[in-house]
Design a binder for this molecule. Sequence first.
Ligand code: SF4
Ligand code: SF4
Length: 313
Amino acid sequence: MTAAGHLSILYRGPLSSCDYDCAYCPFAKRRDDPDRLRADRAALERFTTWVAEQDHPISVLFTPWGEGLVRSWYREAMIGLSRLGHVRTVAIQTNLSCRTGWLAEADLGSLALWCTYHPSQVAYDRFLAKCRELDRLGVRHSVGIVGHPDHLDPARRLRADLPEPTYLWVNAEEGRSYTDAEAAEWTAIDPLFGYSRRPHLSAGLPCRTGETVISVNGDGTVRRCHFIPTELGNLYDGSFREALRPRPCPAAACDCHIGYVHLEPLGLYDVFAGGILERVPVRPADFPGSGLLLGTVVGLGDAEGPGDPFPRP
Ligand code: SF4
Ligand code: SF4
């Protein structure tokens, strides 16, 4: 770990169900039976208890297979972890279908949301109203959309309606390749779309996962990231700690933001300083899209030398 001992944890428990029905998702409208829901709740409570017992700074991103915030235990976990002094950030990927009243109980200095807009699943005005509610409450958040051609107009509309400081990210759709003209259209909405457009050739490159970032599942199995199956140990017996060290990526490519944001040569800890897990960049409006379209990422990391990328306000 770093000198400060900060550890970022991507947590994914047994939950694999969602209230939405997106055509591009394997978890669409899946239901978990009561046993699985009970197991998910117990696993999450065990995890939050472990985090509370640690004596070093921690940041957490919940990356459920499905939607977590419709379950009370994810809302409670977000609230509880946000209030812990050593938790720098607690964030979750969400479709924002839940109500927002629970957020009043959280410490908004550390809580953040990674929100995704699914145009086929929710009325535009309803989603926009939720985003405005987050602004009114002072909840740090990013908003994003999958770069499917049918989403181009809704994405443009959303970009126009969201406050300028709110980052609207665009994820390249899995399996889709984009012509330069198409990529330019998406880059006009998300200046950082160039990072998502193509998988990053990561083999042998230094990646912070397995050193200061880990992936944890419901039974506490620790891996370096969600994409590499090799186990590093277990969270709950502490066996993972001796495995933490700098290590190159063993995969050919990394195509998901929650992975490649930690790939050191990309310099994304500077671009997203203070908002790495929730995908909130330092200055979303200032990044040059044209260079990114060409894959020219060198230099973005030079911005302002932001220091601690995981500050606690
Ligand atoms: S909201 Fe997310 S998890 Fe749910 S079906 Fe859509 S893509 Fe899948
Ligand atoms: S680059 Fe991506 S796939 Fe490779 S170790 Fe890092 S997060 Fe995992």
